[in-house]
Design a protein around this ligand. Structure first.
Ligand SMILES: [Zn+2]
Length: 454
């Protein structure tokens, strides 16, 4: 078996992946806060870690993947208030929309997708353990994590405690023992969601939910914790602190983080007005195109979103599907050594993996032998499936009025007309196809067609 190597943000090293239990590989990724559609920067980890999930399944068979939904948050309260609907209505609506988007991106459902508000009891259990172990204290209805008690706090973000002390402009809550202490539980104001607790009516802080849900579904120590680079500090640092304080062990052995996403070389921000939501981009482009773009840059690098890379992704998919459409038979059991798996095993090199697909495609266009074409197409389809690509049968019809069979028939008619030197008829067919947004290109290997769209 090819062995997987992953860059571990905890050790800052490329490491050989060795699961605690190879018969059940366990992975956690922080999911969205469900107050509105995520932006495309947040869509990146969804797709990247979906590929990791698919790869782990290929390598180990059984994988438990947990991706949570944060459905308690001040942003949610605010949005529900603005829209004059209940928090439950808002979060249910956003979650339903989110699932439509992940489907369109061909992101597999994780094994568990727990919601924070369904795990308040588990959070309180950990908070109680932290208090018992003196890693947390109760003050004025708050429960706070005592950061200084943990000697290696900052191990993930590689920050020293001195660097973290909030600047003088930040007002430190007077009830804190130390400015660094973070909230595990806080009192709720009226109109804010609240749950009963030994510390009074209140609600959890953000970080504690991930410790609660991961330990419930994956155990106190598991293999991979994934997320965006922007979550390293303080969120992931605090998750590590909580698990260590409550359970006395390291939460996860491998910490995998994806890089930032820029739009036209700029950070997305409200003030620049350049935030692209996932909903919005999926209205404009097919989900598979967006998926391709998100995989086109290595996950650790900054991805610069431009119209150009979206168009490149679309052309690449046209080419891949075009090659695939030349097969007369796709076989499931085709024997080959997977170059896509090899690329992904090298720290999830998705850009190289995509390159491998295009290389197979070149070979498909080059050969005149139909048996060989079929064999290569079968390989292409299988290789692409590991990346969650080329999963549909109707790529060229996504906006065309004609079915694939109709197009093929017309192409045959045109070829026969040409052979019979009936060029008028051949042109008529060509024009008819054009009216239906199908463009024919004659190559030395015969005609190929594509839809003029997007
Ligand atoms: Zn988290």
């Amino acid at each position: 078996m090819t062995s997987l190597r992953l860059y571990n943000s905890l050790t800052n090293k490329l490491e050989k992946f060795e699961p605690i239990d190879p018969t059940n590989v366990r992975m956690y990724a922080c999911g969205p806060t469900v107050y509105s559609s995520p932006h495309i920067g947040n869509a990146r980890p969804l797709v990247v870690f979906d590929v990791l999930f698919r790869l782990l399944k290929q390598l180990y068979g059984n994988v438990t993947y947990v991706r949570n939904l944060t459905d308690v948050d001040d942003k949610i309260n605010r949005r529900a208030y603005e829209r004059n609907i209940s928090i439950k209505e808002l979060t249910d609506e956003v979650i339903a929309e989110f699932h439509k988007s992940t489907d369109r991106l061909n992101v597999l459902s994780p094994t568990y997708e727990p919601r924070a508000t369904f795990h308040i009891k588990e959070m309180l259990d950990i908070i109680n353990l932290l208090i018992k172990n003196e890693y947390a204290y109760v003050v004025e209805g708050h429960v706070l994590f005592r950061v200084k008690k943990l000697s290696n706090y900052g191990q993930l973000s590689k920050r020293s405690v001195e660097d973290m002390i909030p600047g003088s402009r930040v007002e430190v809550a007077p009830y804190k023992e130390d400015p660094l202490d973070f909230v595990l539980w806080k009192p709720s104001k009226e109109n804010e969601p609240s749950w009963d607790s030994p510390f009074g009516k209140g609600r959890p802080g953000w970080h504690i939910e991930c410790s609660a849900m991961s330990s419930k579904y994956l155990g106190r120590q598991f293999d991979i914790h994934a997320g965006g680079q922007d979550l390293i500090f303080p969120h992931h640092e605090n998750e590590i602190a909580q698990n260590f304080g409550a359970f006395g062990c390291l939460m996860a052995n491998y910490w995998v983080h994806n890089g930032l996403l820029l739009v036209d070389n700029q950070k997305m921000s409200k003030s620049l007005g350049n935030i692209i939501s996932l909903d919005e981009i999926l209205q404009k482009y097919d989900g598979e195109i967006i998926r391709y773009v998100l995989l086109s840059t290595h996950y650790q690098k900054t991805l610069n979103w431009t119209d150009q890379i979206v168009n490149q992704a679309k052309s690449a998919l046209d080419r891949l599907y075009g090659a695939l459409s030349s097969a007369t038979k796709i076989s499931e059991d085709v024997d080959f050594e997977s170059k896509v798996i090899a690329a992904l095993c090298n720290n999830l090199n998705t850009s190289l993996a995509l390159q491998q697909l295009l290389e197979i495609t070149d070979q498909i266009y080059k050969t005149d032998n139909q048996t060989e074409k079929n064999r290569l197409c079968s390989i292409l389809k299988k290789e692409a499936s590991i990346l969650g690509l080329l999963f549909r049968t109707n790529w060229f019809q996504r906006e065309a009025k004609l079915s694939e069979d109709e197009i093929r028939k017309l192409l045959d008619e045109r070829q026969q007309a040409k052979l019979a030197k009936d060029f008028q008829k051949a042109d008529e067919v060509r024009n008819y196809l054009l009216e239906n947004r199908i463009k024919i290109e004659d190559t030395k290997n015969g005609p190929v067609w594509k839809v003029i769209s997007d």
